[in-house]
Design a binder for this molecule. Structure first.
Ligand code: AMP
Ligand code: GLY
Length: 423
């Protein structure tokens, strides 16, 4: 089978690495890809939202399955584009159709979905510029901290948590009236603050049955001790040590099942990965958000723990035969440490040569923001490379990742040295 992966991050390199292990794979393409995917697949320089160029590529290379990495093309309706095209309608697309992708594209839509299907989440109300005064009143009724969320996609920056009531009012006005996040904050969801530790659970569904994939925890802040600005993710651990069997049963019964059933009841076709962001409040899981794709860098620890042939797994999703698959997981813990460019998540320079990659033999190296220049691997983004290792527990896996991160070098290289500090 010929497969196309859309995207260019560590997530996509990990998918390429895993798919390349299958003897069911013929040709693998990645658009646009990075220096890591270039070694194991054919990179094609087209954007993930250029549907017409993707169509040409799929027809030219006889691609039978498209694995969509990031949320953007899904929210923009790439799956519907394929289904609506005579020449593409039989090509499998892994990723939900546009309506279900709204679970990530609109926080209000996701909250309404959870309310409708009685899925545990924070209490909330949503407001627009016309109802900003009601928003102020609602804030007065709540206890701090105040959680304000731009409804739409805001590149991970749309959630603001404030302790001071007046600051929260100023922020609400700036989001709604001054369009701080543009159209994304034309609606703002204000919700109850949930106090607890976060984890993510990943689900693969064919729209009918589902498999619960390994849990993971990522580290979003740039600074040690979870301080400083938010990033795309500085590292991840899987499984999450506090996700006991009992707790996982609660997640499956209260959240995963009603989510998949809810998609069916609401007639929202979904063939793909569901990434459920959770907070453990006391002993109970509550949903913070849905993403309609895999996480990055969570993929770098989740996929290596799946022992099944990934081509078979994705084919089963496409054919709605996932129930026939027996999911096999590696019991060991996987950790990944993300190296980033100096200055990230603020401004940073690109084009720095990366050395030491080939000396890493006991860990997996997944490229994120890298490219080839004159035969050399150079930096090409904020998050540069993720180093994944296995261990009997997260401490031994992390020790291995850190030992190998030190073999890498590029000007300005930075990474968090305290992953797992909260576990
Ligand atoms: P989101 O984009 O919805 O995942 O939110 C970003 C981050 O804000 C989450 O990873 C949490 O750390 C935090 N957050 C979101 N909603 C809440 C909430 N209701 N209570 C506490 N923290 C939250
Ligand atoms: N690591 C968080 C995300 O992929 O959204």
């Amino acid at each position: 089978m010929n497969i196309l992966i859309l995207g260019s991050g560590g997530r996509e390199h990990t998918f390429a690495w895993k798919l390349a292990q299958s003897n069911k794979l013929s040709k693998l393409f990645v658009a646009p890809g990075n220096a890591g995917t270039e070694k194991i697949a054919t990179n094609i320089p087209i954007g993930v939202n250029d549907f017409e160029a993707i169509k040409k590529l799929v027809l030219k290379e006889n691609i039978q399955l498209v694995m969509v990495g990031p949320e953007d093309p899904l929210v923009n309706g790439i799956h519907d584009f394929f289904l609506g095209d005579q020449e593409l309608k039989n090509v499998a697309v892994i990723g939900p159709e546009k309506l279900a992708a709204t679970l990530e594209g609109s926080k209000e839509f996701a909250k309404e979905f959870m309310m409708r299907h009685e899925i545990p989440t924070a209490q909330y109300k949503s407001f627009t510029a016309d109802t900003v005064e009601d928003g102020f009143k609602f804030l007065e009724e709540l206890n701090p901290p105040f959680v304000l969320k731009a409804d739409g996609l805001a590149a991970g920056k749309g959630v603001v948590i404030l302790n001071d009531l007046n600051e929260a009012k100023v922020e609400l006005k700036s989001m709604l009236v001054d369009e701080k996040f543009g159209a994304a904050s034309a609606t703002v969801v204000i919700e109850e603050f949930l106090d607890g530790i976060e984890l993510s659970v990943f689900v693969l569904t064919d729209g009918d049955s589902y498999k619960v994939l390994p849990t993971a925890k990522d580290y979003k802040r740039i600074g040690e001790g979870d301080t400083g600005l938010n990033t795309g993710g500085m590292g991840a651990i899987s499984p999450v040590p506090f996700a006991s069997k009992d707790f996982m049963d609660k997640i499956e019964q209260r959240i995963v099942k009603p989510t998949v059933e809810g998609l069916k009841k609401d007639k929202m076709p979904y063939k793909g990965f569901i990434f459920i962001g959770l907070i453990k409040v006391g002993d109970d899981p509550k949903v913070i958000e849905y993403n309609v794709r895999m996480g990055d860098p969570e993929t770098e620890v989740v996929l290596p723990r799946i022992q099944n042939d990934l081509v078979e797994l994705l084919q089963a999703v496409a054919d709605q035969k996932l129930s026939e698959i027996d999911l096999q997981l590696d019991d060991r813990t996987a950790t990944t440490v993300m190296t980033v460019s100096g200055g990230y998540p603020g401004s940073y320079e690109k084009g720095k040569e990366i050395t030491g990659i080939d000396s890493i033999t006991e860990s997996l190296v997944f490229h994120a923001g890298t490219t080839l220049k004159d035969g050399k691997v150079v930096t090409n983004g904020g998050r540069v490379m993720a180093i994944t290792s296995f261990g009997t527990d997260f401490k031994s896996a992390l020790a291995q990742s850190y030992k190998n991160v030190e073999k890498l070098s590029f000007e300005g290289m930075n990474y968090r040295k305290d992953l797992g500090f909260d576990l």
